[in-house]
Design a binder for this molecule. Structure first.
Ligand code: FE2
Length: 368
């Protein structure tokens, strides 16, 4: 069933960061992405600079402030630290998507706007999601240039020493909200974007002996985009979601899952490039060997690379999570490969995963 908002797919995500140039370098060198466009003083924008990084369908923009009066970026950074300001979806018609969303309860942020240069026209608009996070509707059917007006070609070409990391695009984007806000946020998505609640992890479904959380997954009815929403739940100690809310000073995007066509290749390259992942205990793989699952990959390889596996229905997924990538214990990445008909989120791994997160939380003094 087509979604009535006309969403085709995820498009770019934009981070606000302390130094766009340095973070762009990390994305290029550590994740093996290409810097393909740039916006800044050289393209007549004096208050901010942005770098576009790409790998197949994955588009990441990193933006930093150049002037103290770049208040939107500076106030975001002083409150949240580096993090996701906006994520976007390509829609058939920007004005129709925006009107539908606002009529159905979305808070408008950017009214439908036409951006134009010699290469054509890009339409965009935005609605509010989390505290300081926006969802952008974008259409560039009539645009032939690099990304969107304001951006020019990359100024410098970074020679990548890393191999191809096989990153394909976004699989899902996850938000964290405060206690008692998850249902409200799921309703907001479902009404404004005509989404549906696809999975509901209630009390007790996701917990360790120390901490717990609740989660609902909302998605477009044709499954082109899917968005889990987490909230803290009472446990013996502080929920990892509560730690996020405290350290981020608000609600926002917790992680983005990037789909890969070859997760062993991806994780092997990323480890060589110095990316840090959550550590998975050997007992996890001993248990997997006992289950003797029907998978193409070799469990020894998965153990060496620390990759998790989960089985559901007629398919299975392989996944792994980075440690938080910025200074604060907030945003992280997931890498995921879906084999066969796999639609879940690694439910079978929650236990191993959260125990690993708790070890790090304890080191930070935040598991109290
Ligand atoms: Fe995920």
């Amino acid at each position: 069933m087509a979604n009535v908002v006309g969403i085709r797919s995820y498009d770019y995500v934009e981070f606000y960061v302390g130094s766009a140039k340095t973070v762009a370098y990390w994305f290029a060198k550590a994740l093996g992405m290409n810097i393909s466009a740039y916006k800044g003083p050289e393209t007549s924008h004096r208050e901010r600079c942005s770098y576009l990084l790409e790998s197949q369908n994955l588009k990441i923009v990193v933006t930093g402030a150049l002037q103290p009066q770049s208040s939107e970026i500076n106030s975001f950074l002083s409150l949240h630290g580096d993090g996701i300001k906006r994520w976007s979806v390509v829609v058939d018609h920007v004005e129709k998507a925006f009107d539908y969303a606002v009529k159905n309860g979305a808070v408008p942020i950017v009214r439908p706007t036409k951006l134009e240069d010699n290469d054509g026209v890009v339409y965009h608009s935005a609605i509010k999601l989390y505290d300081d996070t926006e969802l952008v509707f974008i259409n560039r059917d009539e645009y032939k240039g690099v990304f969107m007006p304001g951006f020019g070609p990359a100024l410098q070409k970074i020679e990548l020493s890393s191999e191809d990391t096989a990153l394909k695009g976004i699989d899902h984007i996850v938000g964290n909200v405060r206690t008692n806000q998850m249902d409200q946020m799921a309703d907001y998505f479902n009404k404004a974007l005509d989404f549906e609640t696809f999975i509901d992890f209630g009390p007790g479904a996701i917990s360790t002996q120390y901490s717990a959380l609740l989660s609902k997954v909302v998605r477009a009815k044709d499954n082109v985009v899917k968005n889990p929403i987490n909230e803290p739940y009472k446990g013996k100690f502080k929920s990892q979601i509560e730690e996020f809310i405290e350290q981020y000073h608000g609600t926002g995007v917790q992680h983005i899952a990037i789909e890969t066509s070859d997760i062993c290749k991806t994780i092997s390259s990323l480890r060589k490039n110095g990316v840090e992942f959550l550590e998975i205990p050997d007992t996890y793989y001993d248990l997997m060997r006992q289950k003797n699952p029907d998978i193409k990959e070799n469990i020894d390889d998965l153990q060496r690379l620390g990759i998790l596996m989960d089985f559901e229905g007629e398919g299975y997924l392989l996944q792994l999570f980075t440690k938080p990538i910025f200074d604060r214990p907030t945003f992280f990445f997931e890498f995921i490969q879906r084999n066969g008909k796999s639609e879940g989120f690694g439910e079978g791994n929650f236990q191993a995963l959260f125990e690993s997160i708790e070890l790090d939380q304890e080191k930070r003094g935040n598991l109290v």
